[in-house]
Design a protein around this ligand. Sequence first.
Ligand code: TXA
Ligand code: MG
Length: 320
Amino acid sequence: MPAESGIAEAAAVLRDGGLVAFPTETVYGLGANALDARAAARIFEAKARPSFDPLITHLADAADLEKLVGPVPPAVAALAERFWPGPLTLIVDRPAEIPPIVTSGLDTMAVRVPDEPSARALIRAAGVPVAAPSANRFGQLSPTRAAHVVKGLGGAVDVVLDGGPTRCGIESTIVDARGPQPVVLRLGALALEDLVEAVGPVTVRPGSSGQPVAPGTLAAHYAPRTPLRVVTGARPAAGDGVRRGFLAFREPPADGYAAVEVLSPAGDVTEAAARLFDALHRLDAAGVTEILAEAAPDEGVGRAINDRLRRAAATWDAAG
Ligand code: TXA
Ligand code: MG
């Protein structure tokens, strides 16, 4: 249903323990009442998400943070103040009201206030914090349109609110600012440069680990079903009879590809990020044998684009 007119009904579904997919400025989320362990369990089931992968709790307003978790460290409060509502997820102590299933048993909780009026209206109307991962099956492409959600999760969701394509197109940046120097756990829609400008030097946690602190940082993740390879340097010649798709950053490739997507003819990383998953969804549906993807410039949100492309490619490296 349309995001504007569906809020009241969707909020009632959330309060009753149901699942509501809703737009945020980053990607569509699959929401449930974060105070309700059974509702949260349904998220894991619908996504086929491993229980060790904790959810992000969404709030309607920055002022709700301390109401839920009590006082937070000054650096956390400063980041919330500066960037909320917006594509920044912060790590705080898990309050007792939030059942451990939401945080996969961690004593910390990821939390953010999305910068999307309908999402905030939904959370406000529900009157509860909303746990929401991206509304895709585990490991697959994140949805940036309501149609992506319906295609990927279909009947597993009670309501899908359609707010059109999402503005940022890539997930939030996750930061743990509880220690002496903020640690970026996942690159995302809030550019590293903007973060550094606000808080000074940060550490970017490289790669992944076996017991993931942020499984969105698993080496293999965010993957289309079609094998994907990141090309650097010269573009491989097409025309060997293999149906290939090409994801270009700025310039379309020479003829010979079965499907081509150009992320930003103007060469703008923000525009490219907004179109990334939509383009990958289309290439994935184009019936090609392989997708070649060109890296973005390693600046601003371009870093997050390249991070997602590397992880999509790693799925296929891992599969051999
Ligand atoms: O933009 C976004 O963040 C979207 C929208 C819907 O808000 N959500 C999203 O959720 O990307 P998800 O579940 O796909 O990714 C959340 C990431 C996961 O990698 C998870 O491991 C990490 O957040 N995370 C959650 N709780 C955590 C915690 N306590 N400590 C560290 N990482 C955590
Ligand atoms: Mg996700």
